[in-house]
Design a protein around this ligand. Sequence first.
Ligand SMILES: NCc1[nH]cc(CCC(=O)O)c1CC(=O)O
Ligand SMILES: [Zn+2]
Ligand SMILES: [Zn+2]
Length: 386
Amino acid sequence: MSFSSLVQDLSIRDSNNPRRRPLGGAAPSISTLDDRVSHISRAMSYTSTAATSVSISGDISSQLHGGYHHPLARSWQAERQLTKSMLIYPLFMSDIEDDETLIPSLPGQYRRGINKLVPFLEPLVRKGLKSVMLFGVPMQPGTKDALGTAADDPKGPVMQTIRLLRQRFPQLFISVDVCLCEYTSHGHCGILRDDGSLNNQLSVDRISDVALAYAQAGAHCVAPSDMNDGRIRAIKLKLIEEGIAHKTLLMSYAAKFSGCLYGPFRDAAMSAPSFGDRKCYQLPPGGRGLARRAITRDIGEGADIIMVKPASQYLDIISDAKELGRDLPIAAYHVSGEYAMVHAAAKAGVFDLKTMAFEVTEGILRAGANIVVSYFTPDFLDWLEN
Ligand SMILES: NCc1[nH]cc(CCC(=O)O)c1CC(=O)O
Ligand SMILES: [Zn+2]
Ligand SMILES: [Zn+2]
């Protein structure tokens, strides 16, 4: 068949097919359903009898494979590619200077003392590590009390680490988790009333003092994970009052769900509550509406970033956060239990570790996150080129 007869062939078909008419051509008027059916069946019968036009007569929209045959073309399909600058790496800082203890429930992750930190981080920073999230772990007996006094102890592991990192890795972005559970004798995320429930006002006062201390020590970002009501506003006001709001990013763990995925973290941070649970301040897993309210509230109180946590079980919440906070970066925390699950399944031969690490992280990005807090960060620094 010659080119001109092919064109003619197409134009005949176009005039018959209401869905594929030439540019600028008038749509055939279809007034009734019968009319429409006859148009379509005429187009179809023409196609099936004209053998030479088979390759161009199919429904073009059914052809997708060509768009992602090549690896580069596949990479173009994602709205956002995972890059090293999206990753924040959590670090557990012990108050024993030479500590370097593997956390059995958190494969490959260690609790480290200040003396072990720089040699550990140097190669990671060289490979492109951009940001860390600090957690303090008081191991020395007698350090914990009802008020979590050790949280902002100037000689405590977090305050020391902030100063050390600012000095040794000036480009590194330092975020610090702000909570009391690692430092309280009862292991809850605030100060308690006599009945064992949280005293919200005292907790918020204390948490905002701790956040301020971290910011004053040089943290670029403070990230309260305690879930007390009103803490974002209280922290923001203190940062403003002390004249450092302009250089301190406030990341709210706005939508933090209770459940069983923080277990390995609590092993690492020695922060399991000594009685009860966190269900009265962390969100119930089915509470999508509560999460949306918390996100909206925290944006209103001055959060610069909204965090959702855990991540893989809460992808709808991440996309809610993106919708409610369309003008803010959204962070997702791929938490200790999620990380441990991936490791356990890979070890059991269920799937390849690296493939799953990418799959779950890409899912988190697809849901709307711009930032991922991940224990896989050192692995990604090896796996990613950018
Ligand atoms: N409030 C402290 C805090 N900050 C982050 C996590 C969990 C992180 C993880 O599981 O990786 C926790 C534990 C908890 O709330 O029980
Ligand atoms: Zn806590
Ligand atoms: Zn309660």
